[in-house]
Design a protein around this ligand. Structure first.
Ligand code: KIV
Length: 263
């Protein structure tokens, strides 16, 4: 799985035969320039979901439920989850949390909407964790994660993201539950992996989690291209004749002649 946030990006991910696209609330940081995911709204998520849904033809599409779209009331959570499918063109939704969200997961699944869970470092709880810290690093915390994963499976989740969790803990969870685990900073023992689009392409330098692997460093290539464009405009190399519309000679002559009459 990879994240994507717009039409063109979704087409790239689809073309690479990635199984699933997550329209993550990480868009708050990598697209909107926010410090955290917390201010992202339902309407902002749906705007990006629609763009991704137009670009992706093959991948399973997961819409990330933003902060406070599912925490306050179960009925509101069901309605908001429904908007991801009806208005956003998504196939399923993802929400963060363990045993504390199982009633919500059950209600959304009962409404016919598949739910992906997300435990470990859940960015919407960043203030509770005191920062972007790996989770499940003590025996007690690791056990709680196992119990959370089992509770989410029992509540009806079809898959669970494990974020920033020690590899042996993630591997144990993966063995203990029957639904797929999708790791990010959770080692190779998960069933699948997810990364953020901008991180894979080297487009976002502000935050660099240790578990990210850059498969390209496109920010340099982009700035090089933009600088070349700027230089060519300044020195008159761009646009050249092939980038301009021509006019038939007789029309051009008539144009000049009429112009002299007007002037
Ligand atoms: O918002 C997001 O991109 C995510 C992934 C990092 C799992 O939740």
């Amino acid at each position: 799985m990879l994240t994507a946030y717009d039409y063109t990006g979704a087409q790239f991910v689809d073309a690479a035969a990635i199984d699933a696209i997550l329209v993550g609330d990480s868009l708050g940081m990598v697209v909107m320039g926010l410090e955290t995911t917390l201010p992202v709204t339902m309407d902002e998520m749906l705007h990006h979901c629609r763009a991704v849904a137009r670009g992706a033809k093959y991948a399973h599409l997961v819409g990330d439920m933003p902060f406070m779209s599912y925490q306050a009331e179960v009925a509101e959570a069901v309605r908001n989850a429904g908007r991801f499918l009806r208005e956003g063109g998504m196939d399923s939704v993802k929400l963060e949390g363990g045993r504390e969200v199982t009633a919500t997961v059950r209600a959304i699944v009962t409404a016919g909407i598949p739910v992906m869970g997300h435990i470990g470092l859940t960015p919407q709880s960043i203030h509770k964790f005191g920062g972007p810290r790996a989770q499940g690093r003590t025996a007690a915390a690791a056990l709680r994660l196992v119990e959370d994963a089992e509770a989410l499976e029992a509540a009806g989740c079809y898959a669970i993201v494990l974020e920033a969790v020690p590899a042996p803990v993630a591997a144990t969870i993966t063995r203990r539950i029957d639904i797929p685990t999708i790791g990010i900073g959770a080692g190779a023992g998960c069933d699948g992996q997810v990364l953020v689009y901008h991180d894979v392409l080297g487009l976002f330098d502000r935050i660099h989690p240790p578990f990210v692997k850059e498969y390209a460093h496109l920010s340099e290539a982009i700035v090089t291209a933009f600088s070349a464009y700027r230089d060519e405009v300044v020195n008159g190399q761009f646009p050249a004749d092939e980038h301009s519309y021509a006019m038939k000679d007789d029309e051009l002559a008539a144009f000049h002649q009429r112009l002299t009459q007007i002037i």
